[in-house]
Design a protein around this ligand. Structure first.
Ligand code: ADP
Length: 274
């Protein structure tokens, strides 16, 4: 009896190990699938602007004697090259996120100069789009990687400008809050008076390569990698990003980050914010 008891307990153990292994294999297959899809998507996205650049390069010769057409071709080539650059930059950042060690880059940082820096980097673009950018900022520190923080806010501001209306506004503000457990968080809010995000698209805007409509995004060199990047970076820092509201009068995005170093970093994850 003792022997058969031991055998059946080892069998149970084996069965458990087996199901764990199968689970791990399934997860790996899923990751592999995602990776393949990512590469497929990115190749497609790279091809579009490159095809345009090549087509305009061909035309340059024909346009040689027409300064107007030459200038137009030059502009288009520049625009497509900028799109390529943005795409490659975001893809590189997204793909390096898995090995990125937040702990080694995180520290207590003063928020004000970082938000100011993000706004400064977008000021020229706002002017080009005829959009007014207003910041209402408070002093305060957060536990974050300063470069990443600037990057996240920059991405939200960039969208708020791109998807705005002429004469529209972008408001950047921040506010420290406390949740029921007494933990302090910083909300960084980007509000715009833009075109809004249709209800059926709201759940998907944080998915890689998702764009609400090809023409609305492509017209601005959009790739659908901006918001996934913001989400990944926010979660790496023990925070979150969400679309707080959207409608015909505009959208509100909120990044929430811990004020201090999380005591138990492993327990901090998306969804713990207030
Ligand atoms: P993209 O490079 O296309 O801007 P994002 O990942 O940053 O990619 O955004 C995904 C989609 O969400 C965009 O294609 C755009 O349609 C929509 N979107 C993002 N931010 C805003 C905003 N502030 N107002 C309206 N639509 C937005």
């Amino acid at each position: 009896y003792e022997m058969s008891g031991r055998i059946s307990s080892s069998l149970a153990q084996l069965t458990e190990e087996k199901s764990k292994l199968l689970e791990a294999v399934a997860r790996l297959q899923e990751l592999e699938q995602q990776q393949k899809q990512f590469i497929g998507n990115i190749s497609h996205e790279l091809k579009t602007p490159l095809t345009s650049i090549l087509a305009y390069t061909d035309l340059l010769d024909m346009y040689r004697d027409d300064p107007g057409l030459l200038e137009e071709a030059g502009k288009q080539i520049g625009k497509e090259a900028e799109r390529l650059y943005g795409l490659v930059e975001k893809a590189l950042k997204l793909s390096s996120m898995d090995v990125y060690e937040f702990e080694t880059h995180a520290k207590s940082v003063s928020l004000l100069p970082l938000l100011q820096e993000a706004a400064d980097r977008l000021q020229a673009k706002a002017e080009r789009h005829g959009v007014e950018m207003v910041s209402t900022l408070e002093e305060g520190s957060v536990w974050a990687d300063p470069e990443n923080l600037i990057h996240m806010v920059q991405n939200l501001l960039d969208n708020a400008i791109k998807y705005n209306k002429p004469g529209g506004k972008v408001l950047l503000s921040n506010e420290a809050v406390r949740d029921q457990d007494g933990q302090g968080w910083m909300n960084i809010t980007v509000r715009d008076t833009g075109i809004g995000i249709p209800e059926e698209a709201r759940a998907k805007i944080f998915d890689p390569f998702y764009t609400v409509s090809d023409d609305r995004s492509r017209a601005h060199g959009g790739t659908g990698l901006g918001l996934p990047l913001v989400k990944g970076l926010a979660e790496k820092q023990g925070g979150t990003v969400e679309l707080a509201a959207s409608g015909p009068e505009g959208s509100i995005f909120v990044i929430t980050l811990p004020l201090q170093r999380p005591e138990h970093p492993e327990t901090i994850s998306a969804g713990n914010s207030p």
